[in-house]
Design a protein around this ligand. Structure first.
Ligand SMILES: [Zn+2]
Length: 471
């Protein structure tokens, strides 16, 4: 990508003056680089799946319009990641007065130190170049976030050195001045105390700062972006109106709208290890169950939908599923680990902290998770098969008094007899696109039996980590 930048970086104001380089405000820079990338057909916010048609165009519009923006969404909707994606739209390097705490523009320094420096050294003043990452800062708002954190405070050491309070050299700058000529992201904006919101507004709107009673004009150039939970944001009184007005664009994020998107994100984000002693495989239908489970939780009346159910639950669940399969393979000495239905019991620990359940006691919690898992299995099974496809198999149970024992601790070899006896498993394995290894077929067998059980065609008796399916 072409960006306007001198061939070799000037190191003094004089050298900088000899180039074509022009300092532009950060919004203009973002806008210019976005326009170039749009015209070139470059992908923006790559690695963020499912927002191509919804969130990304709105975000682009806001940047093209030069508006400060706020992303509204529940937890785990890649809001912070979207905001960090803005770093890509910054120039590769911009010049600033070397050693400045607030990235001063070489031609228009704001801070007292740099103004003095330029007065003394003139065009010999040293210039350094800032990388995009240095021009982005992020703050999670909390009720005790202070003006000192965001804007600055009087540095008692500097006062002790004999400086007057009114001398701005006594200021220890906060995050926003330190992000001068860059992007400042504030997460969970409504958690800021009202008087801090006022301070924030003053700095971005009026461009002045009030610290410990004295006023200081600080015309900062900061692109302010924020995130908030939609309910907190719309709740009357949580955000001061003029600050709300300040955000030109309010963009609503969302969870993956399809199972396919959910799975694609999980596949992209799930931790993989390169020290696997045996190959670990999570079949596609198991990934579908994990994704379906999360999506059911996002609609369930007993799950707190205000805080939402993050994609991180799907990710943690899929990782846990793989972990449980690996543990079994190592215990039983199998050469391949394939996740299967009996591994789903491992999801209780990875789901628990990621859902806020509106139930009365812990007993209800695990029951509710079980119920949702069962529904997820049932839904995914019915998406692939009907019970009628397994009429022959069901007959073996109904008339032969046949039973199959399954369990997360059992090796695939324990399923060999059942796989030999039961018709239809090979066809199902093929239909699901799974390989014909013993571990894969054992997993398919469990999926079919569980599906038939959830469809009330087979009985299931569970006890201590194993279960028996029977007619
Ligand atoms: Zn400075």
């Amino acid at each position: 990508m072409v960006k306007p930048m001198p061939e070799s970086h000037p190191t003094t104001i004089r050298e900088l003056r000899q180039t074509e380089y022009r300092v532009v405000p950060v919004r203009a820079e973002l806008r210019r680089n976005l326009m170039r990338r749009l015209a070139a057909g470059d992908a923006l916010f790559s690695g963020i799946l499912g927002y191509e048609e919804s969130v990304v165009p709105q975000l682009e519009n806001a940047i093209l319009a030069g508006q400060d923006l706020i992303l509204l969404g529940e937890r785990g909707q890649a809001k912070s990641r979207l905001l960090r994606g803005l770093i890509d739209l910054l120039d590769d390097a911009i010049p600033a007065i070397a050693g400045c705490e607030i990235n001063d523009d070489p031609y228009q320094p704001l801070c007292r130190r740099c103004r003095q420096l330029v007065a003394e050294q003139g065009d010999d003043t040293q210039v350094s170049w800032l990388a995009p990452e240095k021009r982005y800062s992020e703050k999670l708002a909390t009720p005790d976030t202070s003006i000192a954190d965001l804007i600055g405070e009087v540095d008692p050491i500097r006062v002790a050195e004999g400086r007057y309070l009114s001398d701005e050299m006594t200021i220890h700058y906060g995050l926003i001045p330190r992000t001068h000529r860059g992007i400042f992201a504030i997460n969970e904006l409504p958690d800021l105390a009202e008087r801090i919101q006022v301070g924030l507004l003053n700095i971005i709107e009026e461009r002045d700062v009030q610290i410990r009673g004295y006023r200081l004009r600080l015309p900062l150039d900061v692109f302010v972006v924020a995130t908030a939970n939609p309910e907190d944001y719309t709740n009357r009184g949580r955000i001061i109106t003029p600050l709300k007005d300040r955000f030109g664009a309010q963009i609503r994020t969302h969870y993956p709208r399809t199972i396919e998107h959910e799975i694609a994100i999980v596949d992209q984000e799930a931790t993989t290890f390169d020290d696997m002693p045996v190959p670990v495989h999570v079949p596609q239908y198991m990934k579908e169950i994990v994704a379906e489970f999360t999506q059911l939780a996002r609609r369930h009346p007993q799950v707190n939908q205000r805080s939402g159910v993050s994609v991180r639950m799907s990710i943690a669940n899929q990782e846990n599923l793989a972990g449980n399969a690996l543990r079994r393979a190592l215990r039983t000495g199998e050469k391949e680990a394939v996740a299967r239905i009996s591994d789903l019991s491992a999801l209780t620990s990875s789901s628990a902290g990621k859902l806020e359940l509106e139930t009365l006691d812990d007993g209800d919690d695990s029951q509710l998770l079980d119920k949702m898992l069962h529904a997820a299995c049932n839904n995914v099974f019915r998406r692939h098969f009907t019970a009628a496809q397994f009429a022959d198999l069901l007959q073996r149970f109904d008339h032969g008094g046949f039973t199959v024992e399954v369990g997360e601790g059992l090796s695939a070899s324990a399923y060999a007899a059942a796989l030999g006896e039961l018709p239809g498993i090979d066809a199902a394995t093929e239909k699901l696109g799974e390989s014909g290894t013993a571990a894969s077929r054992a997993a398919v067998l469990e999926f079919i039996l569980e599906g038939l059980h959830r469809g009330k065609r087979l009985n299931k008796t569970e006890m201590d980590g194993t279960a028996v399916y029977g007619g």
